[in-house]
Ligand binder design. Structure first.
Ligand SMILES: [Zn+2]
Length: 367
């Protein structure tokens, strides 16, 4: 970004009064009335919204991993996402590789460390308990304190095999040792979902909370299971983590009907579901929640201030003079768009969100 850069005539989702944002050396130095700030390096944002930079709480950002991998900036700034959180692609053995890639990327990156030291080099990474090594994990956390914000445990049948809920018990111990919260992936059992939920505490994250598999969080009648309500009461955080297989319109409608609202909306994006769907982008996933009847403010909040609050980084969730500029520019377009869930069900939205640009780490990138 040039030394002085002006974003002209933008508005937030909270107020239809447009304004200008002046940035110098990557910091916000002034917020003025629309079309009053001077500067030769400028971008005309007429008709566009600005929010603090979008934060995607669940992505897979290690390009060399298959199937669950992708290049950081492909799922970050090029999609209007300023900050991504890699959700356990790496365990202690490979977290250094992610740190090296972060250094070469424009997107802001944090990570959940996989409790299995092999990470997603295999996709049954918790099928052998000896792969959960507290010493290795603690060493990785000490080496990368600015990168690692939590621990990831994928607790579903294909990952844990015959180990049931034991990997989650070990994750809980590691969480206590390291004072880091858990992000827990849920899916097909065993273990039964109740056994998973009872081990979760305040600030832990359930990702894939709207999955449509057997063993999900809702009764077949659409009611939330009691163990979910208890987990919410304890302060457990609900994250979407759409993914290839973990978002069902039907379940999302149950959740909406019963007021089981997301704390954060995330993609679980990687190369395959970015290119071939059903995820495509964070904007596409956000559009699904507009379609479901949530307001634009609620949807944007789930990828800005609510994600920033979980990270204990409030400056990433606001637009304020003196802060490093961390912004997303986007449009809401009127028109039909087909939306596909993980069950192959297609719905047609009559408006959709389109990312247009990002300011982060002193760069302005258009989408
Ligand atoms: Zn994932």
């Amino acid at each position: 970004m040039e030394q002085r850069f002006v974003l002209h005539n933008v508005q937030t989702v909270h107020d239809d009064k447009p304004f200008d944002i002046v940035m110098e050396n990557g910091f916000i130095t002034e917020i003025t009335e629309a079309n009053t700030a001077s500067g030769t390096n400028r971008f005309d944002g007429t008709g566009l919204y600005v929010s603090s930079g979008w934060i995607d709480m669940h992505v897979h950002a290690v390009a060399k991993l298959n199937p669950y991998g992708d290049a950081i900036d492909e799922i970050g700034v090029k999609q209007g996402v300023a900050t991504i959180i890699d959700a356990g692609s790496c365990g202690a053995d490979t977290i250094g590789d992610l740190a090296n890639e972060v250094a070469k990327s424009k997107t802001n990156v944090f990570a959940f460390l996989n409790i299995s030291h092999i990470g997603l080099q295999r996709i049954d990474e918790l099928s052998r308990l000896e792969w959960i090594d507290a010493e290795k994990a603690q060493k990785a956390i000490c080496t990368y304190p600015d990168l690692i914000v939590g621990l990831k445990a994928r607790i579903s049948k294909s990952v844990v095999k015959d180990n049931g809920v034991e990997p989650l018990r070990l994750a809980r111990e590691l969480s206590k040792l390291t004072s880091l919260p858990l992000m827990v992936h849920i899916g097909s059992g065993p273990p039964p979902i109740e056994e998973v939920l009872e081990l979760l505490q305040k600030d832990d994250i359930i990702t894939h909370y709207l999955n449509g598999k057997a063993n999900n969080l809702f009764e077949s009648t659409g009611e939330p299971i009691p163990a979910l309500l208890e987990a919410i009461d304890r302060g457990v955080h609900l994250d979407v983590g759409h993914g290839t297989a973990s978002f069902s319109f039907l379940v999302a409608e149950y959740a909406k009907k019963h007021g089981i609202k997301f704390d954060t909306i995330s993609t679980d994006i990687y190369r395959g579901n970015r290119i071939d769907g059903p995820v495509y982008s964070l904007a596409n996933v956000l559009t699904k929640f507009l379609y479901l009847g949530y307001s634009l403010q609620e949807v944007v909040s789930a990828v800005t201030d609510q994600a920033a609050a979980w990270l204990h980084r409030p400056e990433l969730g606001r637009i304020q003079v003196g802060d490093a500029a961390h912004l997303t520019l986007f449009a809401v377009q009127q028109g039909a768009m087909n939306l596909t869930d993980s069950e192959g069900e297609v719905r047609v939205a009559d408006r959709y969100i389109e990312a247009r640009g990002v300011v982060v780490n002193g760069s302005f990138v258009t989408c």
